[in-house]
Ligand binder design. Structure first.
Ligand code: HEC
Ligand code: HEC
Length: 326
């Protein structure tokens, strides 16, 4: 068996060494995540990436790691309204869940230029507005040389000098791509009657949730479809937080944000890009009224408002709770 596989691999590509393809652990129906050609998955990178993700030496003052704002037990969010960085700087945005990030068409709330997880990882490390991990390249590299030289060499065996910022980002991204979640009660076809009723509401034309939260990952912002919508939370949106328009400078893009996955959503309160809705009940009430700023001319035509009885609302919340990975 092994020899046959080796010959097949050599035949397919005679110039690269024959390595076993990475063994993804994917739920039924989930596609294989897109991986940049220059950062193929490997167990060594994932192991290293997990350690780096949890290591407070990745912040300048040693107080925070990625995991400080992305806690595994909260589906990799932090329970705060908006994030607080290692130096105490308060950010404007709610920490995002890393559930199924490998499938996102773009990363973060409203930046269509950050596509790959490798590029995203540099933002919390070196970003200054706001300061999150607040480290410099020089300090990061000297700490890597002191503590991770062997691990980086093992994870990047073809590199003459594996101790680079790029490789740190590559290892972290490889770990993040393994954060795949697809074994909720919904996936196992074990919905209770109330959750089943909630699913029917979720899928109904009347509520329209599926237009933006459809598909296997409960968001249309998947694969190569970059999608952002204005859900009329504000009109006008605050000058310091205008969504996609900050990048495109197009008026029609004001207030447009990415629809996050709804998987594990019961674990990730508070909600929305600025954490301004405390509970799923509040989120549903807001959609039912057509947005907090329902008369906004920038509101997506897909946000229409609807009537919902208290029982129906409870059914919908119950369904969202059945999207939690077990
Ligand atoms: C101080 C808190 C904080 C720290 C530390 C932090 N993050 Fe985040 N993370 C956030 C916030 C806030 C956002 C939303 C950013 C935005 O849109 O402005 C985010 C967004 C993300 C996203 C985008 C997810 C999506 O669905 O689009 C990824 C991926 C991510 N962070 C990974 C990391 C990694 C990797 C690290 C460590 C290198 C890290 N984060 C450190 C707070 C933090
Ligand atoms: C027009 C597209 C659209 C429709 C329709 C829509 N959503 Fe959303 N949803 C979004 C966007 C965009 C966000 C993020 C908005 C923001 O933060 O400003 C979001 C955020 C959410 C959040 C919070 C996610 C988080 O991680 O904070 C939940 C929960 C949610 N939607 C549920 C629903 C439900 C339930 C419905 C149907 C009643 C629905 N959505 C209909 C686009 C949509």
């Amino acid at each position: 068996m092994k020899i046959v596989a080796l010959i097949a691999a050599l035949g397919a590509c005679a110039t690269t060494p024959a390595t076993e393809p990475y063994a993804w652990d994917l739920p039924p129906g989930f596609p294989t995540p897109r991986v940049p050609a220059d950062n193929p998955m490997s167990d060594d990178k994932v192991t290293l990436g997990r350690a780096l993700f949890n290591d407070t030496r990745l912040s300048g003052n040693g107080t925070q790691s990625c995991a400080s704002c992305h806690l595994a037990e909260l589906a990799f969010t932090d329970g705060r309204t908006t994030a607080i960085g290692s130096t105490g700087a308060i950010g404007r945005h709610n920490s995002m869940s890393l559930t199924n990030v490998a499938y996102n068409s773009s990363q973060t709330w409203a930046d269509p230029t950050v596509i790959d997880l490798e590029a995203q990882a540099l933002v919390p490390l070196f970003g200054i507005s706001p300061v999150e991990l607040g480290i410099t390249e020089d300090v990061l590299l000297s700490r890597m040389r002191a503590s991770y030289a062997d691990d980086l060499a093992a994870a990047f065996p073809d590199d003459a000098d594996p101790i680079t910022v790029t490789n740190v980002a590559r290892a972290i991204a490889s770990f993040e791509r393994t954060l795949i979640s697809g074994s909720s009660r919904f996936d196992r076809h074990q919905l209770a009657p109330q959750e089943q009723r909630g699913l029917s509401l979720f899928e109904s034309e009347r509520l329209g949730c599926r237009s933006c939260h459809g598909g296997f990952n409960f968001t249309v912002a998947t694969g190569d479809r970059i999608q952002m919508f204005n859900t009329a939370l504000y009109d006008p949106y605050p000058a310091h937080d205008r969504g996609l328009a900050e990048i495109t400078q197009i008026t029609a893009d004001i207030g447009r944000f990415k629809p996050p996955t709804l998987r594990n959503i019961a674990l990730t309160a508070p909600y929305m890009h600025d954490g301004s809705l405390a509970t799923l009940d509040e989120v549903i009430d807001t959609y039912a009224s057509g947005g907090r700023a329902s008369t906004s001319p920038y509101r997506s035509p897909l946000v229409t408002g609807f009537m919902l009885t208290p029982d129906e609302k409870a059914d919908l919340v119950a369904f969202l709770g059945a999207l939690t990975n077990e």
